[in-house]
Ligand binder design. Sequence first.
Ligand code: PLP
Length: 343
Amino acid sequence: MSGMTYNRPVFEAYPQLRDALPWLQLADLPTRVEPLTALGANGWVKRDDISHAVYGGNKIRKLEFILADAIARGKDHVITFGATGTNHGVATAMLCQQLGLRCTVLLFEQPESQTVRDNLQRMENFGAERIFCGSLARTVLRYYGHPLRLSPRHYFLFAGGSNIAGTIGFVNAAFELRQQIELGQCPMPAKIFVPVGSAATLAGLTIGMALAGLKTEVVGIRVAPSHLGVIPTCTVATVHQLMKRTCKMLSRCGLSLPAIPGPNLIDSYYGEGYGVRSEAGDKATATFAACGITLDQTYTAKAAAAYLDAIAASTDVQLYWHTYNSRPAQDVNDLRPFGNGPR
Ligand SMILES: Cc1ncc(COP(=O)(O)O)c(C=O)c1O
């Protein structure tokens, strides 16, 4: 990667990370920040829905670091898992195809919806091998017990892209927001609202805000089950664990870290289950539709419901981080190969 322009603000803040962290420019960044004037003077949105020309959303930021990490480790086949409507699976399939990597997605069932149908089709169009495993528990067993686990060529990527590399994508995102505030593109928000599934978005932004010296509070809205049987999967402790592992890596790279707050994870918008629509989410979807923004029932509707409550309760500036792709499904045919690929 010699001659590379490291045009991500986290590399400007910490040049020592350039040599330590593999990175590939895959996303269209920075994503815009915009006022949501229909919601009043304190409503703002960060448009990660357009983080890529063909398929946007929050996963693209993570994959810049994840797929670079995979390639740096000599891997040529990514194996990951998600629900049948997984946005992460689509983004990973797309960028693997661009980079000339193979991609396998192990899938568990979720409530049927148009998003599920679209995303299954997208994964196929992007050349991913899709393996339907049934329940979440069966899928997780298949992932952890996979016969290729120890293969030097296969990169096992946790659901949602929430490993340390993926978390760095959102540490960078905090520095990106700071730049936008400094440039006067948006006011300093009191709070940022994000959905929380596999947690790298919340973990990375929480670390990033502290590193960037911003007082903004990052509020994560849990949208995935807190436990799988007795095993915690989406709790304050699991998010904290991901933050600690990421901070440890950053310390090893020579960064001296400030005090970092624990994750702020709110349970009360989850409703009846993963992917199950909620009344507050449906109301938020209608309100956002009037602003020209499409929410999904699994992730963004629930986070947006919390954001709307905060807007109603205070005059402070609130930022909704829009994590859901808004590029139409037919655009998959527009995908161009990534140069000749790195391999
Ligand atoms: C649209 C959308 N928003 C938010 C999230 C949650 O992000 P994270 O997995 O980093 O918690 C996901 C994860 O799949 C997603 O697809």
